[in-house]
Design a protein around this ligand. Structure first.
Ligand code: GTP
Length: 407
């Protein structure tokens, strides 16, 4: 049997997602109309012999997460549990801490997935690849091709082109190493815990040698899969890369959530045409799209124009308002004839290997032009223009703004 573990991180991580992560943990933010994590869960539930999905993170158990888990269990008919780390243990430390839970029932292999990626999740293909490559106990990383410049923002993989064995692994190198990058989706066998365990023991020994104690246990348990495990396993005949031709993107910032929505909406034409139905109805009376996701209970007035945006539940777009490249927060209101607009951060469409840039909020002391985000319960008056701005929750604006964070 198989299992899957989704690394959902914790509260201090979603900083590039503010102010949206104030209201909902980032892994539950809706992408293409459903919580980000649901795409992972749906893909896992389709894999034959998948028995359980474990969410590992350091969020305090909360109502949204519990509600999501309950409804996903019912919808996908699979066991889902949340395992909470006592502190951020890193991408390898969390799974090591919960190894007994992961291994209970005797899975022969398990997937590990970063929550903050969007993908077609070619999990059956990874299983086949594992059977065909290396020994049965080899570990598989899903990889994709990036362009030379952007590859350095990711984990870079040098492979043996005949066997697909990973020969070198360097996380975010400072000079070009390879254009094959790590997608944050892995297939492991239980043997991975021997390798993580060896790092744990070495960390403990190092601390004894340094005579430090204090926060010792945590320091030994904090382990990163990428730097601590993959770099060491490369070239040992154990680690292989499955290069996917399918779509993949990271979801680090709110801007990348709009891009990820577009990738999933394109996929819905094949997989979930019913999820696109709502869009067709709305298209008859308004000019909505392309790439628009509308939450439940949203009110849209006459002559409204929306494109490349996510409108969260309870929002109101009054008559003739125009919303482009935005995320409109829960219960926010945009007045008549107002224009709320952002700058898209999409990858270069002329470069097939371009990825979305993980833009920083500020460049040269100025806010980087980006999508406009309205936090929850924001009111934009009629006939104003809000451009490339981030508006914190519960603001009642009274004029136009451009390139600002409105606190
Ligand atoms: P940067 O944010 O640019 O460093 O990119 P990255 O892809 O290297 O991110 P990182 O390794 O921090 O996170 C990858 C995934 O692992 C995300 O889905 C995180 O939510 C998750 N993650 C990161 N740290 C932890 C951790 O300490 N515990 C758990 N459970 N998950 C984590």
């Amino acid at each position: 049997m198989l299992k899957a573990v989704i690394l959902i991180g914790g509260p201090q991580k979603g900083t590039r997602f503010r102010p949206l992560s104030f209201e909902v943990p980032k892994p539950l933010f809706p992408v293409a109309g459903v919580p980000m994590l649901q795409h992972h869960i749906e893909a896992c539930a389709k894999v034959p012999n998948m028995k359980e999905i474990l969410l590992v993170g350091f969020y305090q158990p909360n109502e949204e997460l519990t509600r999501f888990i309950c409804s996903a269990q019912q919808e996908f008919k699979i066991l889902i549990r949340y395992l909470q780390e006592y502190a951020a243990l890193g991408t390898g430390g969390g799974i090591y801490h919960f190894r007994d839970q992961i291994l209970s029932g005797g899975p022969e292999a398990f997937f590990i997935m970063n929550a903050d990626v969007c993908s077609e999740f070619p999990l059956p293909e990874m299983l086949n690849f594992q059977k065909e490559h290396g020994e049965p106990s080899s570990f598989v990383i899903m990889g994709t091709t990036a362009n030379r410049k952007q590859s350095m923002n990711y984990g870079c993989i040098v492979e043996n082109q005949q066997t697909n064995e990973v020969l070198h692994y360097v996380e975010k190198p400072s000079t070009f190493v390879s254009d094959i990058i790590n997608c944050g989706i892995y297939l492991f066998t239980p043997e991975i815990f021997q390798h993580i365990g060896a790092v744990f023991q070495k960390n403990q020994q190092d601390m004894l040698d340094e005579q430090t104690n204090g926060n010792g246990w945590h320091r030994a348990e904090a382990i990163r899969l990428e730097q601590d495990i993959f770099t060491a396993l490369a070239g040992q005949g154990k680690l292989y890369v499955y290069k996917t031709p399918a779509f993949w993107s990271q979801i680090k910032s709110a801007g990348s959530a709009i891009y990820a929505s577009r990738l999933y909406l394109n996929q819905y034409h094949k997989t979930h045409p019913e999820r696109l139905f709502v869009h067709t109805i709305l298209l008859l009376t308004h000019t909505l799209g392309p790439n628009v996701s509308i939450g439940t209970g949203v009110t849209i007035g006459a002559g409204v124009r929306v494109r490349e945006s996510i409108i969260l539940h309870g929002a109101t777009l009054q008559d003739h308002s125009c919303v482009l490249n935005c995320i409109v927060g829960w219960d926010s209101t945009i007045g008549k004839w107002a224009r709320v607009e952002g700058t898209p951060s999409d990858p270069n469409p002329n470069d097939p290997y371009a990825k979305i840039d993980s833009e920083t909020l500020f460049r040269d002391g100025k806010l980087t032009p980006s999508i406009t985000i309205l936090g929850c319960n924001v009111t934009i008056p009629s006939e104003v223009i809000i451009l490339n701005s981030i508006v914190l929750p519960h603001k009642d604006l009274n004029r136009s703004f451009k390139n600002q964070i409105i606190l």
